[in-house]
Design a protein around this ligand. Structure first.
Ligand SMILES: [Zn+2]
Ligand SMILES: [Zn+2]
Ligand SMILES: [Zn+2]
Length: 408
C-alpha cells in the first residue's frame, strides 16, 4: 500500500514496472472503476470512432439524431501541409540523467523549462522576488565574486520546490513559458518523470452530440486534476494556405488553432497590440458555425497578446522566420478538434516541446484543471476578447453560471 506518489514512483522505477505513475491517483474522490453510462437512448453508438488509429478507443454516441460528424482523416500527429514548413529538429539536446530525471535541478531538460520561466515576462514578479531572496543570502560587500551561476542554481532549486512541471504524471499548473519534455536524445527512458504528452492519449473519452453546441467530448471515467487528455493533431499551414483555406466558401476556418506561442515571446509581433488578455500564448479554435476569416483570426491573436518582453535574444528566436503557423484539423485531426468552449472551463492548454525546440511549433496539449466526474463534458476557454474583431459578434452558448455571453 502506497500513500504517496514519491514512494510509488520509486517502487515502479526500481522494479522496472510496466505500469506508469500516470495510471495511479491519490485523489480519494476519484472513482477509478465507475464508468459513465448515459441514461439516454443512442441512435448512433460507435465503440471506436478512430478505427484503431489512436492509442485507446474513442467512443462516439449520438442521442439526438442519427447523424455522424462530417468525415475527416483521423490522425495522431502534426503534418506540415507544404515542404517549406520545416521544423528545426537538429538543435534539440538531451539530458544525461540516470535517475529518471527525478532531481529536476540537475536535469538539462527540466532546466530548459526553468530557464523559460526565469526569462519569461509572465513570471517577472516571482523571479524578481526570488532574486531578492538570493541577494539577501549572499555577501554583497564582496563584489569580486561572480554569483551568476550560484543564482541560477538557487532559482532552479526554488522553482523545483514550487512544483513547476509534471508531478507524479500530472500537471497541476500551466507553465506559460512552455514545457520541455525529455526526448530521443536523453539518456533517461520512458520511466522518466518529464515525459507525458509524447505518450499520447491515455484516457477513455467519448465524442457526443451536445445538441446546443454541436459535437463535444466527455470523459467516461473520473479524472484527477492535471490529467493529460490529448494534443491538437492536424495539418500545419503557413499563413498563405491558412488564408486560402479560410476564405474557401465550402469550409471556412472552423478547426483552426494558431501556433502563436512565438508571438508571446517576440516583441516585434506586438506592435499592433492594443489590449492585454489573461493568456499570453493565446490560441484559437473555432467550432462549427463560427466563421472568421484568417485575417480576423490573426488580428485576434495579435490583440490578445501580452506585453512584449526582452526574451528574443535569450531564446534564439532570431534564427526563425516570423510566420505564425496554424494547425488545421478540418481534413485531418484527432479528438481535440471536438472540444467546445466554456466560460467556466475544466480544461486548460499548455504548449509543450517534445521532438523539437523550435518555438514556432509547440505541441498544443490539453489538461484537466480540476478533478472531473465521469460523464462531464471537457471544455476549455478560447479566451477571445469581445470587440477585438470588427463587425463580429459571437454569442456563447456554454450555459455556465459565469458565462460572459459573448465570445466576440
Ligand atoms: Zn533528465
Ligand atoms: Zn531529458
Ligand atoms: Zn528524462
Amino acid at each position: 500500500m502506497f500513500t504517496d506518489g514519491e514512494r510509488l514512483h520509486a517502487f515502479l522505477y526500481q522494479t522496472q514496472s510496466l505500469l506508469s505513475i500516470r495510471q495511479f491517483t491519490f485523489d480519494m474522490n476519484c472513482r477509478v472503476t465507475q464508468k459513465f453510462i448515459s441514461p439516454n437512448t443512442a441512435f448512433v453508438n460507435l465503440e471506436d470512432y478512430t478505427s484503431g488509429k489512436d492509442n485507446v478507443p474513442i467512443m462516439l454516441v449520438n442521442e439526438i439524431d442519427s447523424k455522424l460528424p462530417k468525415p475527416f482523416d483521423y490522425v495522431t500527429e502534426r503534418i506540415p501541409l507544404t515542404s517549406d514548413i520545416v521544423m528545426d529538429k537538429e538543435s534539440i539536446k538531451g539530458c544525461s540523467c540516470l535517475d529518471g530525471c527525478i532531481d529536476t535541478t540537475k536535469c538539462a531538460c527540466w532546466q530548459k523549462t526553468y530557464d523559460g520561466i526565469i526569462q519569461s515576462h509572465y513570471y517577472e514578479d516571482l523571479i524578481g522576488s526570488l532574486k531578492d531572496l538570493f541577494q539577501q543570502s549572499i555577501d554583497i560587500e564582496d563584489d569580486t565574486i561572480d554569483h551568476t551561476e550560484e543564482m541560477r542554481l538557487f532559482l532552479y532549486d526554488a522553482l523545483s520546490k514550487r512544483n513547476f512541471g509534471y508531478k507524479h504524471g500530472r500537471l497541476l499548473e500551466k507553465i506559460h513559458s512552455g514545457i520541455y519534455e525529455c526526448n530521443g536524445k536523453c539518456k533517461c527512458d520512458s520511466r522518466c518523470i518529464n515525459r507525458c504528452v509524447q505518450f499520447g492519449l491515455n484516457t477513455l473519452l467519448q465524442i457526443f452530440n451536445t445538441s446546443e453546441k454541436g459535437w463535444g467530448v466527455r470523459t467516461l471515467y473520473d479524472l484527477p486534476a492535471g490529467t493529460f487528455l490529448s494534443f491538437y493533431a492536424g495539418e500545419i499551414l503557413n499563413d498563405e494556405d491558412a488564408n486560402r483555406r479560410g476564405t474557401e466558401k465550402s469550409m471556412g476556418d472552423v478547426y483552426f488553432t494558431a501556433l502563436d506561442f512565438i508571438t508571446s515571446l517576440k516583441p516585434t509581433f506586438l506592435q499592433k497590440k492594443s489590449k492585454t488578455s489573461q493568456s499570453d500564448e493565446h490560441m484559437s479554435m473555432l467550432n462549427e458555425d463560427h466563421q472568421l476569416t484568417s485575417n480576423e483570426l490573426y488580428n485576434l491573436q495579435l490583440n490578445g497578446n501580452k506585453q512584449p518582453s526582452t526574451e528574443e535574444k535569450h531564446r534564439g528566436l532570431s534564427n526563425y522566420d516570423s510566420g505564425v503557423y496554424v494547425m488545421d484539423a478540418h481534413y485531418k485531426g484527432n479528438v481535440s478538434r471536438f472540444y467546445n468552449h466554456s466560460c467556466s472551463p475544466n480544461v486548460f492548454v499548455q504548449n509543450v516541446f517534445v521532438e523539437t525546440w523550435d518555438v514556432r511549433f509547440p505541441w498544443v496539449a490539453f489538461y484537466t484543471t480540476s478533478s472531473i466526474k465521469a460523464g462531464t463534458e471537457l471544455v476549455w476557454d478560447y479566451s477571445y476578447e469581445v470587440d477585438t474583431v470588427e463587425n463580429r459578434v459571437l454569442h456563447c452558448r456554454c450555459g455556465s453560471d459565469e458565462c460572459r455571453h459573448r465570445l466576440l
